[in-house]
Design a binder for this molecule. Structure first.
Ligand SMILES: C[S@@+](CC[C@H](N)C(=O)[O-])C[C@H]1O[C@@H](n2cnc3c(N)ncnc32)[C@H](O)[C@@H]1O
Length: 337
């Protein structure tokens, strides 16, 4: 087939020009031989190109990357394939998958298929338990690739360094973080009561001229939070605080409080109201509830507020994701007076 022959030093410039003109032949690999490069081009390049050397050459076809599904189809029986969980998380360059016990004997095939389909994935771990305990960390089992749990995750232009075996982090909350950011204005004081490695706090401080107190009880999370403060260019200020937010949260300062500890946040509503300024503000209350009893959570917040001499009004309610078959992880944005 037809190719354009150029010296290596001009190759990128010529490739771009050919690309702009739509002349590059798709599906073939560009060839490099010592100090010349051969770029595969369409036949019509004969008529359009006068300035470049045209040659006849063999080009290797580009192999299309096969999907996770396609690779699995080759390795597993249809019955096994039906049991594979298709959703998985990619945190930095590490994938975290769920493998049902019936596929125990296939776990490595599944992990290798995932690595083949996603070239950016360097390690695969299996969820080996529920998220649990105070630090909300889960046990993991290594399935394939690097035996490493520390990674650098990118989200909304932020760089978040973290260890998936030592701290909580979910890439599934990316939209939720953006949603909160859009509500924050310059000049606010935010208290992130359960900050983890800082995805909410850092995103807000990156885009707004604010002061954010970011608190976590897990010393590992605070260690990464501090690293992440240094890793990102921020407009605002993030003040990391290590310890139980009940003890270390500043009182009477916040215009906004983030309570991202859905399974236990009910018990911290009183604290959130104490952290707010006396003139009030907004509380982002994350909790777990069946859809039909969401109103119970609103009533709970109202009762706690009343005891603190405050009133609440729901600004927005949103299902963040499914928590268990009938329960949802929900976000209630509360205006507190
Ligand atoms: C569900 S994670 C959320 C982390 C972070 N907001 C995120 O989106 O990645 C909850 C975090 O709260 C921390 N935590 C739990 N109880 C706490 C407490 N009483 N005071 C401060 N942090 C706490 C855990 O260590 C964990 O990092």
């Amino acid at each position: 087939m037809l190719g354009v022959r150029v010296p290596v030093r001009e190759a990128e410039k010529v490739r771009r020009e050919l690309h702009r003109k739509g002349l590059i032949a798709r599906g073939y690999r560009i060839k490099r031989m010592n100090d010349v490069v051969l770029i595969p081009v369409e036949e019509r390049a004969r008529r359009e190109l006068l300035n470049y050397e045209l040659v006849e050459a063999e080009f290797e076809p580009l192999r299309r990357r096969r999907s996770f599904e396609e690779i699995l189809k080759e390795k597993l029986t249809p019955e096994e394939l039906a049991l594979v969980k298709r959703s998985f998380d990619i945190i930095g360059d590490i994938a975290v998958v769920e493998v049902p016990p019936e596929l125990e004997h296939r776990k490595r095939d599944i992990a290798l298929a995932l690595m083949e389909a996603h070239k950016n994935v360097r390690a695969v771990f299996r969820k080996a338990g529920e998220v649990g305990g105070t630090t909300r960390v889960r046990r993991l089992e290594h399935l394939a690739g690097d035996r490493r749990t520390e990674t650098l995750h990118r989200e909304h232009g932020l760089r978040l360094k973290l260890d998936i075996a030592k701290v909580y982090f979910s890439p599934r909350l990316a939209y939720e973080r953006q949603r909160i950011l859009e509500q924050v204005r310059d000049g606010e004081v935010v208290v992130d009561l359960f900050a983890g490695v800082g995805p909410f706090s850092l995103l807000i401080a990156r885009h707004r001229l604010v002061k954010v107190y970011a608190i976590d009880i897990n010393p590992e999370a605070v260690r990464y939070l501090k690293e992440n403060i240094a890793l990102n260019r921020l407009r605002g200020e993030v003040i990391p605080l290590s310890g139980n937010s009940r003890q270390v949260a500043p009182r009477g300062v916040a215009t906004r409080v983030i309570m991202n500890l859905p399974t236990r946040s009910d018990a911290y509503l009183g604290l959130a109201f104490e952290v707010l300024r006396s003139e009030g503000g907004v509380v982002h209350y994350y909790t777990v509830a069946p859809e039909e009893s969401l109103q119970d959570k609103v009533e709970l917040a109202s009762r706690v507020a009343e005891r603190a001499g405050r009133k609440v009004e729901v600004l927005e309610r949103r299902i963040v994701r499914t928590y268990s078959p009938r329960k949802y992880h929900v976000a209630l944005d509360l205006r507190v007076f």
